[in-house]
Design a protein. Sequence first.
Length: 306
Amino acid sequence: MNHAPNPALTREALYAKSQIYIRRGLRAQEEKDDEEFQLWASLALELLGKAALAKIHPALIADPLHFQSMFSACGRHISPDIRTIAAKTVFERLNHVERTFDTRHQRYCEQMCIRRNAELHSGESPFSGMEPETWEGQYWRSAEIILSMQDESLESWLGAEEAKTPAKIIEQVGKALVWSIRNRVLRCKEEFEERYKNAKDRKKIANDSKNIRWNDFTWDGNDRYLCPACQSWGYLGGNLWEEDVIDSEPATPGGEQDEWYPPTETVRKSFSVEAFECMVCKLSLYGTNEISAVHLPSSFEKEEER
């Protein structure tokens, strides 16, 4: 018999609780208590992330080492004791739900929860002295992306009036980022042309860049792409998003397995782009926001036989 999951693991309960916490944070902000604002905001962010995962399935937030919670997530109620995954795991998993929630957003959210834990469980005061300009823009952008995973918005989460200021902050931060990235590209272009004044030299350097290897193992995969600054060949770095088997062959024409001739399959892998590196002009971009600011591809594909 099918049963509903424990209410504590449902998307609706988690989302509603995140609304309560962020509104407490906004009240603290109105009272000029920035430390309390950050505390409530960090709690709301983790709950909002768990709500996004629970929308896919409650089992994604149940503690996998606590079988009672796993059963509860699947509608079999063995115990009222419910345990969920850590905040770090929440944001790691969200990185595989929405491309724009990239590694930069993931690490920002993790750091905010680390500061929250230090505030609650130690004698430290990690929120003390932090100006809103240093964290608030990234916070609202991260929250906006997590909300989009649930078909929600800042307006539905905060209320129309309360959402006006965060929306304006996001817009201002976005414009500043685009200006900053395009200026960085222009600066790399000018420095490259200053270094190689002769057009033939620039062309040769760009052509020779095909032989440069990128030995950065941070990413699951990479692909060559023309640098928007110097038009040399740079590299896109990406994390594995999905893979599909597009062809398979038996071990032998007759279909019988042979230990010397194992069966093979062709796999198409899709990677979400999160970085670009040019070893010629030293242009370096990190994060989906920086990638999109100069209209580089958001993904690339590779095929491999295994």
